[in-house]
Ligand binder design. Sequence first.
Ligand code: SF4
Length: 310
Amino acid sequence: MAKYPELSWSIARHNTLMTCARKYVYHYYTSHNGWISNIDSLQHQAYRLKKITNLEMYFGSIVHETVEKAVAHYRTTGELPGEDKMKNYIRQKLNLAYRDSYHREYSWWRRPKGYIMLHEVYYGNTIPEEKIDKIKYRLDTVLKNFLSSPTFRDMLDTENTDFVESEKFRYLLIDGVKVWVVMDLLYYHHQSGKWVIVDWKTGKQTEEDRNQLALYAMYVKHTFPVESLDEITIRNEYLLDGSTEEHKLTEEEIVRVQDMFNLSLREMEEYMEDRGKNIPKPITSFPMQQNRSICASCNFQELCFPEGYV
Ligand code: SF4
């Protein structure tokens, strides 16, 4: 097992570094190999904490999983699971997360990958009522919006669409560095002659969404027989408010994302002792975030404030 992780880049990694350098080192370096039983306890602890999720994130991942399963099921059988069936699946998963977080802490502690631990329970001992109400509202809304989305209509049009991939981890190499690309959906639409990249969102719109999609477009242009960006449509489906945003990328936007990658990678390199082996500097070289309200939602509070959480 390699002592240090392979260097790679993603928008999530960049965002983590921008949020807090200490969080970045815990997440991308200290936790490495933390799944091995006879390893240093700090590595174990960082790995375990990295695996904590929160209710909104967990809900978003389950919705993605449900949508992906529904699409796969439809494309192999021609039948679509009903809305109630999909809702029940999500409810069961939420109940599982609740049960693991409240009643299986020890199992999670021993095998963090096999169980769910919610941040709200781990650091706050309880899930606030308003969060539960928010998730109930989202559950009622997102599947309805999914079923009435333009992407869903395209999915039913099997004659016209060729699906390429869904939620698979892919990467492209930029300057020899693996850049991770996790697309929710990619298909070729024969009628329009376009490659359509779809990103489902269960949260609010952010500035980041376009950068993410620009990266996906770079990947599609590198990987498939695409001659110009005009052949690519990028689409955000906002399942919470039912809106759809379609974009056509320009070369300038691609260059902007490439510039962001270059700057970000340079900053990451500043924190390395050995660039070739991706060996980080000592933990104390990674400054802590000073804004305690940011720390309050961080998974690594236990490491930064062992005397008591924020
Ligand atoms: S608790 Fe605060 S200082 Fe520590 S890693 Fe998280 S954000 Fe950074």
